[in-house]
Write a protein that binds this ligand. Sequence first.
Ligand SMILES: O=C(O)CCC(=O)C(=O)O
Ligand SMILES: [Fe+2]
Length: 273
Amino acid sequence: MTLRYGPTLGFSHQAVHDHGRLINTNWTTLEDQPLTGKSVNDLVNNAIPTIRHRGFLSADRCRDLVHIVQQYQIANKETYLNRVEEANSLQKRFKEEANIDILARVAALLQEATGLETRVAHEGDRSYFAGLIRAVNDYIQIHSDYAPYDGAGWEIGKITSQLTWNILLKQVPGGDTIIYDRQWKGAADDEAFRKAFPRYAYEPAGVQGSIFKAMKAVEGDLTFFNSRNFHEVKPCDKAWDRPDDVVRYTMSSFVGYLPGQSKGAPPSLILWS
Ligand SMILES: O=C(O)CCC(=O)C(=O)O
Ligand SMILES: [Fe+2]
């Protein structure tokens, strides 16, 4: 059987059973799917909410990685660590000290599952950074990540679908990721629902009435969802007298579906953060 990749036109509304109830959704299931060529294609087309590859990193490996991050003192006050140089050197330490190239492993797994070339995004001979480490001690508000609108003219601006992968490096209580069956529609959504502050976030009214998938945070699991869908990260459960106790460590990057750039050229998957 040949699998076709890339977004299909239009949206299909179908009824899915959830605890005996019938609900309308673009998704054919609410269950996490294993990582296969079909599930990646379904995620690209927003036909399923999530992919979960269990036990991607062992408990020992997770502990080593968190130790490195903690030594780097990005815990507690820093939320998004996105300064490229710092992130790159942290990535280097990940590789050297933990002797593992997580990004390469994820890329290899994706390439194996889909049969599509999977590589880090680039502009000419300059590569993007991919493989963000986040240490979050709060929540992440409702937002959408979709590059074609903000990256027009760049390689990542040519993608037609965007996924994100995350690996939880240390178990937390709570901290679920909520993915809504509602894709960002562009300027109209920004006008209607984007917050003045914080600028990345959208009003909950924008997703009102859409069903959602609750994706549990499980240490060591590699998970994927379609990042054009509005999503949020719930706060970790913590004791009122120890507000800074819990930090949610993750490693993450985006995956873009890049159609063949010349006639007859095959599509590929590109990674960046
Ligand atoms: O940490 C997560 O579960 C999701 C973070 C996020 O917003 C993303 O990967 O786009
Ligand atoms: Fe996001």
